[in-house]
Design a binder for this molecule. Structure first.
Ligand SMILES: [Ca+2]
Ligand SMILES: [Ca+2]
Ligand SMILES: [Ca+2]
Length: 216
């Protein structure tokens, strides 16, 4: 009896948490499960012009510069071999079965829609289907483990269409927001923490190029 009561309490607490999240962030909602692996950042609408070159291949592309960033907020290293990322339409990326995709605690993995990502080091991928096709006006991003279990689901609406990412702050454990809402002057931060100080988006490519141009 005691155990049953405890279970009911746990379910109630989880329900309240999801309800408050949905209320606070409008159409953004999330459900997380698993060992601290989360969808951490979604860029559905890359900014116009060069500053939208999120994958740093020299071109701003509507689909190629879209990305989904995954973060490990848990204590264990996780291998994403065989995991999948889907949007509301279907599976957009499958991490190959034949390669270890090692995600260390506090580490990132980013999947871009296309192009030739450069300057990121390891753990950066291009969607295996050739496109993420994240709708700017609303979509649902799902992370599925190789076991078939859904690890995280993030739904968003018109928030996705503001020329910047949707970000979880703090990484992996916080609430969904957007950089401009936080008054941060960077639109996205693939493979970097989502935070407001100089360490994160301060080094994003658009800003680096801007500074380069400014100084000649
Ligand atoms: Ca898009
Ligand atoms: Ca690009
Ligand atoms: Ca980030």
């Amino acid at each position: 009896m005691k155990i049953a009561w405890l279970f009911l309490c746990t379910v109630a607490v989880v329900s309240v948490d999801i309800a408050s999240r949905a209320e606070e962030w409008g159409t953004i909602s999330a459900r997380r499960d698993g060992a601290g692996i989360t969808i951490n950042e979604i860029l559905a609408d890359p900014p116009e012009g060069e500053s939208g070159d999120a994958n740093r291949d020299g071109e701003r592309e509507t689909y190629g510069d879209e990305f989904v960033e995954i973060y490990n907020a848990g204590p264990d290293t996780v291998n994403l071999r065989g995991w999948q990322i889907a949007d509301a339409t279907g599976v957009r990326h499958v991490f190959p079965d034949s390669v270890n995709v090692v995600l260390l605690p506090e580490g990132f993995v980013t999947v871009f829609g296309g192009g030739v990502p450069s300057g990121f080091g390891e753990n950066v991928w291009v969607a295996s289907s050739g496109r993420l096709a994240l709708n700017n006006g609303g979509d649902q991003v799902t992370l599925v483990a190789v076991s078939g279990d859904t690890v995280d689901v993030v739904s968003y609406g018109s928030e996705g269409g503001h020329n910047e990412s949707l970000i979880l702050v703090p990484d992996g454990v916080g609430e969904w927001t957007r950089p401009s809402v936080e008054e941060w002057d960077w639109p996205f931060s693939p493979q970097e923490p989502n935070r407001g100080d100089t360490g994160a988006g301060g080094a994003t490519w658009g800003r680096v190029k801007h500074q380069y141009r400014s100084h000649g």
